[in-house]
Design a protein. Structure first.
Length: 405
């Protein structure tokens, strides 16, 4: 009995020390913004746990973390050549095999990687229009779940946003699929990429999007349009700028897609103009502050796919997902200096195929999703502050396992 009590006491002491170290590390995150130190990460190859029911993911197009540190993803549950059934509950006739079945579009995981919720998809009741192609997921301060509609002519004509409770009960739809497109519309959207909800002002910032070329701001309760703007705070137009060229003078309008619009604690809105490789910063009323070009030699789909902030109050660091270059950048927010990046193209844990969306929990852990043939979510565990490695770190594995000989 005495031995058992000693073991329990030892275990409690270790737990207390671990918690203290974690707290100290998070404090360090807020106080070491001088450039010599930066947050470090290590991929967790065993997160999340395997899905039940032979479920598999399609293009995984959004991720967010709620107030409980539960991780939410949304994916496109279209079948692939190995799907035994075309959608949840709909059997192939005859069945192809035991595996596999596309998982429901919305999946919720607890911090340990257990699947604790799943729902979503079209309804026969006509209560709402599930997007022909969903894009982005946001859990707001009231635990409401926002999903953008991103389908084009090949996957529906999405002009709308849908909102649900955390258990999948329909709450609201803003916009109507199939309606006329306009970057100056007061009712509809142009294939939304992502949504951010500001609890203080009760406003939803819409990265709008793949057709429209603007940031739109809604009343988060009613969906009423309050304001919108294009690049530099200009009135948006529907004519598209020419393709990006390295060394160009940035265009006076956003290119499509406008892929994220994230508000910081100190009231700055960071907008991802993905094909222009730029992060544009605004005040909440659309007043232009500054812009920053990331990976300026990048062509095609661009470098600025999604961002999130470190969890300290000052949000000292920005984490930027770059799906074209297949990496995540760690950026000092005050100066927008890139400290280093991790990842590379590949299928192993810690590498990426089109890293699309990114989110951070309260402990500083990073979660990413991958679209196209990536089709997965990954966790990168916060490993404390460390010397800035500079340049590209590659796969964030233990040092002795990082690269092939």
């Amino acid at each position: 009995m005495q031995k058992r009590n000693l073991l329990i006491a030892f275990g409690l002491a270790v737990s207390v020390i671990a918690l203290a170290c974690a707290s100290e590390a998070l404090d360090d995150m807020a106080s070491n913004g001088g450039g010599e130190m930066a947050p470090m990460f290590q991929v967790d190859p065993f997160w999340p746990k395997p899905l039940p029911n032979h479920w598999i993911l399609g293009a995984t197009i959004g991720v967010d973390v709620d107030s409980r540190d539960h991780v939410w993803i949304v994916h496109r549950n279209t079948p692939d050549q190995f799907a035994a059934r075309t959608e949840v509950g709909a059997a192939q006739d005859p069945p192809l095999s035991e595996c596999c079945v596309p998982a429901p579009p919305v999946l919720e995981f607890d911090p340990e990687g257990n699947l604790v919720g799943s729902w979503g998809g079209p309804t026969d009741t006509g209560e709402y229009d599930w997007p022909g192609s969903n894009h982005g997921i946001t859990i707001d301060h009231m635990d409401n779940v926002w999903i953008g509609g991103n389908g084009g002519t090949e996957a529906g004509t999405d002009r709308h946003i849908v909102k649900f409770s955390r258990d999948g009960q329909f709450l609201a739809q803003y916009g109507e699929p199939g309606d006329e497109l306009s970057s100056n519309s007061m009712e509809n959207f142009g294939r939304v990429a992502k949504i951010f909800v500001d609890p203080a002002a009760n406003e939803a910032y819409i990265a709008d999007g793949y057709i429209n070329q603007r940031v739109a701001v809604l009343d988060a309760s009613t969906g009423q349009m309050k304001r919108f703007w294009g690049a530099y705070g200009n009135e948006p137009v529907d004519g598209r700028p020419p393709p990006y060229e390295p060394g160009e003078t940035p265009p006076q309008q956003f290119r499509t897609p406008v892929h994220c619009a994230e508000l910081s604690n100190d009231g700055l809105l960071y907008v991802c103009d993905r094909p222009s490789n730029r992060i544009s910063i605004f005040q909440p009323d659309g007043t232009f502050v500054s812009e920053h070009i990331i990976a300026p030699e990048t062509r095609s789909q661009g470098s600025t796919w999604d961002i999130d902030f470190s969890p300290d109050d000052e949000q000292t660091y920005i984490y930027l997902a770059d799906g074209q270059n297949m990496k995540v950048y760690v950026i000092l927010r005050e100066t927008m200096e890139i400290l280093y990046s991790f990842g590379d193209g590949g299928r192993q844990p810690g590498l990426f195929f089109a890293v699309h969306s990114i989110a951070v929990d309260s402990q500083g852990n990073i979660y990413t999703t991958e679209t196209y043939e990536g089709k997965r979510v990954q966790k990168f565990t916060y490993a404390g502050m460390g010397p800035v490695p500079g340049g590209d770190m590659g796969a964030p594995w233990p040092e002795d396992r990082r690269r092939s000989n």
